[in-house]
Design a protein around this ligand. Structure first.
Ligand code: NDP
Ligand code: HSE
Length: 429
């Protein structure tokens, strides 16, 4: 057992960082045994130095994160500041000074993961980021390491806890979007500005990271098709229920049938109540992975929160510390397949379309013809009429998304179609 400690710089001490510091302190002896050397919290970089931080020696606190990294004795940096800058520059500085990095920063990894991995590799160092996707759930390491001998073909998951909480409330109580969002905010799930969550940016960043790992290719944030969930209505849930479905904000990553390309998307979708993801309640996350040899795997657990996220960070800290002692590094970026990311139009899926139409002879035929003209086959049609108007709900068979959206565009132009009340993809069947 080495007695000289590995020194750790904690960059950020907010929701996640404060829990990382607490666990490092309270579990110091166990961590020492598991790593084979003590890990010492050698400095804590924050923005507001005067804030009282329970359990943190004020002597360790600094506002100069760069100086902390450059002082010459740091072995590992834990970046839990978030956002692009100064996190990116600090991680780069760490690598330039021989420091391995653990980060929880999905936004940065989705945007600049390739460059950061290259910098880590250039300096013979580690970049670990289990906490960046789905909080406490072990997912990045199982996909990068445990499934490294298999071939992942599909990943479908709920990777944002805030939106799952909102959709779950809408489903279980019949609440509208705003009411459910207000409850999520009051309970501390949604941030004051919930845009990143409800518009799907947070999930898209996680999708980009997971797609890169799953398919051994580079998937940038811009490659991920993204739709938020702010338009999902109580009426959509009523329709979903009639179909034996619920609605989830899903991240879906797929290898094309010919294996020559991949797709990555985030959008709300109906899934059957019998699908394992349908039973993921509250702010939990779950990711369903389909691999060639392993078959179907489900990863489930808390996707956010200080302590759960710190658990993933600490797991990475132990792995990186062990690597340091062994003078080795863990797996770096694997992007050898260089598979292109196809546009959303190429995705093959099903649509649930709710139309307000005139209730008169020939309307159904006109609508059906429009679907046929776009090569989209109808699975079911349900019509309910009232006072010369009717609501028409069409569920299609699988077709390319471009054909489905072309159909909707054409339907909007029909005189007999008063409006397209909702469009929702149907997944997981
Ligand atoms: P917080 O906003 O709670 O904490 C951010 C910390 O960074 C604060 O301690 C802040 O200092 C510090 N900080 C901000 N700017 C600087 C700077 N320029 N120099 C030094 N320190 C700075 O964020 P979270 O803990 O919630 O999130 C951290 C990371 O973890 C993010 O990347 C996030 O995406 C990720 N994550 C978070 C989860 C969660 O549930 N919260 C779940 C999964 C991942 P001060 O305390 O003085 O304000
Ligand atoms: N805002 C994110 C969520 C935090 O709700 O899942 C975890 O990344």
């Amino acid at each position: 057992m080495r007695t000289r400690p590995l020194k750790v710089a904690l960059l950020g001490c907010g929701v996640v960082g404060s829990e990382v510091a607490r666990i490092m302190t309270t579990h110091a002896d166990d961590l020492t045994q598991r790593i084979g050397a003590p890990v010492e919290l050698a400095g804590v970089a924050v923005r507001r130095p005067s804030k009282v931080r329970e359990g943190i020696d004020p002597e360790l606190v600094t506002t100069d994160a760069t100086a902390l990294l450059k002082r010459g004795d740091i072995d590992i940096a834990i970046e839990v500041i978030g956002g692009i800058e100064p996190a990116r520059t600090l991680i780069t500085t760490a690598f330039e000074h021989g420091i391995s990095v653990v980060s929880a920063n999905k936004a940065l990894l989705a945007q600049d993961g390739a460059a950061l991995h290259a910098a880590a590799e250039q300096h013979g160092l580690d970049l670990y980021y289990e906490a960046a996707v789905a909080g406490a759930i072990p997912l990045v390491r199982p996909m990068r390491e445990s499934l490294a001998g298999d071939k992942i073909n599909r990943v479908m998951g709920i990777v944002n806890g805030t939106t799952n909480f909102i959709l779950d409330k809408m489903d279980s109580t019949g609440a509208g979007y705003q009411e459910a969002l207000d409850e999520a905010t009051a309970l501390g799930y949604a941030e004051a500005d919930p845009t990143a969550d409800v518009e799907g940016y947070d999930a898209a960043a996680k999708a980009a990271i997971l797609a890169g790992i799953a398919f051994h290719t580079r998937v940038r944030l811009d490659d991920v098709y993204r739709e938020g969930m702010t338009e999902v209505s109580a009426a959509d849930f009523a329709s979903a229920k009639r179909m034996g479905c619920t609605i989830k904000l899903l991240a879906i990553l797929e290898r094309a049938a010919d294996g020559e390309s991949v797709t990555a998307r985030v959008h709300p979708a109906m899934i059957p109540l019998t699908h394992p993801l349908a039973s993921v309640r509250e702010a939990y996350n779950a990711v369903f992975v389909e691999a060639e040899a392993a078959g179907q795997l489900m990863f489930y657990g808390p996707g956010a929160g200080g302590a759960p996220t710190a658990s993933a960070v600490l797991g990475d800290l132990v792995a990186v510390a062990r690597n340091k002692l062994a003078e080795a590094t863990g797996p770096g970026e694997s992007a050898y397949t260089q598979l292109p990311v196809s546009p959303m139009g190429d995705v093959v899926t099903r649509y649930h379309i709710s139309l307000d139409v005139a209730d008169k002879p020939g309307v159904l035929a006109q609508v059906a013809t429009t679907f046929a003209e776009h090569g989209v086959s109808i699975d079911t049609v349900r019509q309910q009429g009232k006072d010369g108007e009717a609501s028409l709900v069409v569920v299609t068979h699988r077709a390319p998304d471009a054909a489905l959206s072309g159909t909707v565009e054409a339907l909007r132009k029909l005189d007999t179609v008063r409006g397209v009340a909702s469009i929702m993809r149907v997944e997981g069947e």
